[in-house]
Ligand binder design. Structure first.
Ligand code: ATP
Ligand code: PRP
Ligand code: MG
Length: 288
């Protein structure tokens, strides 16, 4: 990819399916233009030097692996299934799902029971490499979707598929068996060992900024200096909390980023230490 130093960064984005809306959503939060109409197949954001191509998530790792596109957003499971020469460079925290074997309740209890089974899946790559790794001899049938129905129709004895809420399995009267084969989420992929255009660093920083902003909140509180050390230990922030004087003698204002998870508990602890005027605010974007 050398010789493309000033060329726009070419990014693959899921055009439909489970990852599509959230992928466009995070890109919009990063300040990039996104298509308004789901029929649009490509869009150039001239101001930011980026081109977006809306593709099937299953094809994205292949385009990136071949170097046709620089980077893409797809599922970790789809990346693995594709066998493309592409690597995960950043996990994006949405589109979380587990990849499981499932069958009729009581038929099978663990991976060991897969020997000799007919397994239907849309993820043949993942299943075949799993079976090879575990030394299990079974038959794999590729289906495009609605794999749950294949058992009822007598085409398969077991299925291997993505499970999110489990409601599709329940509706089909099926149950998972064995451990999850893998856990998946949306990831950013880039060609293995490839050089990326200069714009890539800015793109990555913007995404990381939004991811941090999603998982952290800003906490402000007032506390008497006697308890400042204990309170600061609870809210160390990134480089250390910002401490500002207050007009009230012996009191200071403290400001620090804290993880969103557990922030309410932290507020209780700070209150218990004597902090008052404790405020939590959302962060929309940041550069750490
Ligand atoms: N509930 C879900 N159903 C399917 N895929 C999901 C779900 N949650 C997350 N994913 C992830 O989305 C990706 C599948 O993308 P895909 O476009 O095939 O979705 P889809 O919902 O099956 O779309 P379609 O059925 O239109 O093909 C995988 O990485 C998968 O792990
Ligand atoms: O655990 P759940 O929350 O029920 O989600 C998982 C289901 O969703 C997906 O199917 P999808 O709706 O994409 O249909 P498809 O099989 O035609 O792709 C996936 O293949 C499972 O069937
Ligand atoms: Mg699907």
């Amino acid at each position: 990819m050398s010789g493309r130093a000033d060329a726009p960064l070419r990014i693959a984005v899921p055009n439909k399916g489970a990852l599509s809306e959230a992928a466009s959503g995070i890109l919009r939060e990063c300040g990039y233009r996104q298509r308004r109409d789901t029929k649009e197949l490509a869009l150039t954001d001239h101001e930011n030097g980026v081109e977006f191509f809306y593709l099937r998530p299953r094809d994205i790792a292949l385009y990136v692996g071949e170097g046709t596109l620089d980077i893409g957003i797809t599922g970790r499971d789809l990346l693995l299934d594709s066998g493309a020469e592409a690597d995960e460079v950043l996990s994006l925290g949405f589109g979380r799902a587990r990849f499981h074997f499932a069958g009729r309740p009581g038929d099978r209890t663990g991976w060991g029971d897969l020997a000799g089974a007919r397994i239907a899946t849309s993820y043949v790559g993942i299943v075949e490499s799993f079976l090879a790794r575990e030394g299990i001899d079974a038959t794999v049938t590729r289906l495009d979707g609605a794999v749950e129905t294949s058992i009822q129709l007598g085409v398969a004895d077991a299925i291997a598929d993505v499970v999110e809420t489990g409601s599709t399995l329940r509706a089909a009267g099926l149950e998972v068996f064995g451990e999850a084969v893998m856990t998946s989420e949306a990831v950013l992929v880039a060609r293995s060992g490839g050089d990326l255009p200069a714009g890539w660093e800015v793109f990555r920083r913007r995404l990381e900024g939004v991811l941090v902003a999603r998982s952290y909140v800003m906490m402000d509180y007032d506390i008497d200096v006697e308890h400042l050390e204990g309170a600061s230990a609870l809210t160390p922030g990134i480089e250390g909390p910002t401490i500002s004087p207050l007009q009230r003698e012996g009191w200071v204002a403290v400001r620090a980023m804290v993880p969103r998870d557990g922030a309410q508990r932290l507020m209780d602890e700070l209150y218990g230490l004597g902090a008052r005027g404790i405020l939590l605010t959302d962060i929309h974007a940041c550069r750490i």
